[in-house]
Ligand binder design. Structure first.
Ligand SMILES: [Zn+2]
Ligand SMILES: [Zn+2]
Length: 596
């Protein structure tokens, strides 16, 4: 049997998870173990203990693990009858393992081949006297693990089986690398990420807030945060309008019938917020906009001459993410989508995808995120081994996949054709960006959809008077604005490019004698469309400059006697420091040029 090639470091990380469990059992013999999988950079183990594991204990756990690793412990694999295994873990008081075994008994065992599973056995890995239910693989001996590249990092709460109604266990996180240098590098990256944390910067820059009365995962954007959002949306909509996109507006709730027709009712399941009105009719908050948009298209008959029709709308959708999954703006329950849909003929796919790609290129270039090496494109196509998974005419698929690859090639993208990454309803282009500290994010996307138009019975009349089903293209430029903001706040560490900064310049009079002149400079700049504030607080000049620096305002314009006399400003730039004294008109020219 052919098995996926397993990453060597992940085998070590998984083995370290077992050693973590051993160390915890040593300090808390009563510990009931949950699961201990591999994650990015490391591993964790979920445990339940009578006396809680404390932060202070993490060092002790790490030390114990290192000691165990140094003992050159063998990992031995064996196969055990499932009933025997159940009895064994039950006797040991490992109730969560017993639950896993019961699940395996119902759903088939974790063993890798079908014939083993018919034997009703499970795999057990033994290291010293510790035995764990596990599919493996593992290192042969703990000496393969570099104890110097190991660190136990933190604790968190985690519901058993991610179910809020179940017990909350303690999750102990660790990281493991091949070398000490990689661990140092990781620590450095972590410190940098902490400094840039969008939750911290969001507060410092006064962009958004949360309220206990409103609820978790429901961010409230301040005036500055709203300016930031609107500036992004305006930019995207202006770029799209050039390609014939027009705005539409839909309500935030719908009858469930819409999602029963689209097929999303089951897919979103528990994530749907349900709304009850006066009648018996059940409504839901929309978790997506596409089905609503199909109903605008469906409202009247269309001729091929009208196509493509291009709708755009920035609107919120709502998904009931589990409380434990919510995180700042990265994971929220109210999600603002910069959404858009194209309805076109198969022959128009190429031009329409090309248009979307130009918008993506222009938008991300304005953020300096499109440069060489910072972006790659996934041409996400079908998995050739499971063609039945995909709906729609295979001939359309073949053509569409070829078009997407052709565009990626023609545009000179650094692209990879990734098999199996297509959605079941169509292939797509996914744009992956690398941020300032090397993390990769999928932000923009263009997805073809051969299925939804059919489900809703959408039609147009072709040249010969025959009814045809249009192709639908879903596209996202920024995607969810909340997630996008979390990414760019951290990418820029809050120092946004000039065009995007909520406040582009602050005028600082050296004393209140010059406030009137300062105010006139503010008004002059505002009349040119810039976002400018006056800081006439009674603080010292030095303090006000420091506040402006901390707020990451791109330009500070200091004005005093000389500036009043000459109609000038003394320019201090956030990025380049002192830039000298220039006439107000010249400053306007300078920043206009910088923005364009
Ligand atoms: Zn294991
Ligand atoms: Zn869509």
């Amino acid at each position: 049997m052919c098995r996926e090639k397993i990453n060597e470091i992940d085998v070590k990380r998984h083995s370290a998870a077992h050693i973590l469990a051993m160390a915890i059992l040593d300090l808390h013999p009563d510990a009931r173990l949950g699961i201990g999988p591999v994650i990015e950079d490391g591993f964790y183990y979920d445990v339940e203990t009578d006396s809680p594991i404390t932060e202070d204990e993490l060092k002790k756990i790490e030390k114990k693990m290192k000691k165990l690793i140094s003992q050159n412990i063998d990992f031995e694999k064996s196969e055990m009858n499932i009933d025997e295994a159940r009895e064994k873990f039950e006797k040991a008081g490992q109730k969560y393992k017993v639950e896993i075994i019961d699940d395996l008994a119902n759903e088939g065992t974790q063993s890798l081949t079908n014939d083993v599973s018919e034997k009703k056995t499970v795999l057990i890995y033994k290291s010293k006297d510790f035995e764990d239910l596990c599919r493996g693989p593992h290192v042969k001996n703990s000496k393969e693990i570099n104890a110097k590249a190991l660190k136990i990092t933190r604790l968190a709460g985690a519901y058993w089986k991610s179910d809020e109604n179940r017990k909350q266990l303690t999750r102990v996180y660790g990281v493991l690398f091949d070398t000490k240098e990689e661990l140092d590098e990781y620590n450095k990256r972590l410190a940098e990420a902490k400094k840039r944390d969008h939750r911290k910067l969001g507060k410092e820059l006064d962009l958004f807030t949360f309220s206990d009365l409103v609820g978790p995962g429901l961010p409230l954007f301040t005036t500055k945060g709203t300016t930031l959002r609107d500036t992004i949306v305006d930019k995207i909509q202006t770029l799209q309008a050039k390609h014939g996109y027009e705005k539409v507006t839909i309500p935030h709730i719908t009858k469930k019938d819409l999602y029963e027709t689209s097929g999303h009712w089951d897919k979103f399941g528990d994530e749907l917020f349900k709304v009850k009105g006066q009648s018996d009719q059940e409504f839901v908050m929309k978790p997506m906009n596409c089905p609503h948009h199909t109903q605008i298209f469906a409202a009247k008959p269309h001729s091929y001459k009208e196509l493509p029709l291009r709708y755009m709308e920035t609107t919120m959708v709502y998904r009931d993410e589990q409380a434990g999954e919510l995180l700042g703006l990265s994971r929220v329950r109210s999600i603002s989508q910069d959404d858009g849909h194209v309805f076109c003929t198969p022959g128009q796919i190429e031009q329409e995808v090309q248009n979307i790609v130009s918008v993506i290129r222009e938008f991300y270039t304005s953020l300096n995120m499109f440069d060489e090496g910072k972006c790659w494109v996934s041409v996400s196509v079908r998995d050739s081994k499971t063609p039945d998974k995909y709906l729609g005419d295979p001939k359309n698929w073949d053509k569409a996949e070829a078009i997407l690859e052709e565009i990626a090639k023609k545009e000179g993208f650094d692209y990879k054709k990734v098999e199996g990454e297509a959605a079941f309803y169509g292939p797509k282009l996914d744009f992956m960006f690398t941020d300032a500290i090397g993390r990769e994010w999928q932000l923009a996307t263009a997805q073809l959809d051969f299925v939804m138009p059919e489900r809703f019975g959408l039609e147009y009349t072709d040249e010969n008077g025959n009814k045809q089903t249009p192709v639908m293209i879903h596209r996202a430029i920024a995607g969810s604005l909340e997630r996008f903001l979390s990414v760019i706040i951290e990418h820029f560490a809050g120092a946004f490019p000039l065009w995007l900064s909520p406040v582009q310049a602050v005028v600082i009079p050296v004393s209140d004698k010059f406030n009137d002149y300062g105010q006139s400079v503010v008004e002059r700049l505002q009349s040119e469309g810039f976002r400018v504030e006056l800081d006439d607080d009674s603080e010292t000049l030095g303090k006000r400059i420091r506040i402006a620096q901390k707020s990451k305002i791109p330009y500070m314009l200091v004005v005093g006697e000389k500036e009043v006399a000459d109609n000038t400003v003394a320019v201090r730039s956030r990025d380049n420091g002192d830039e000298g004294i220039i006439r107000v008109d010249d400053f306007i020219k300078k920043i206009k040029k910088e923005i364009s």
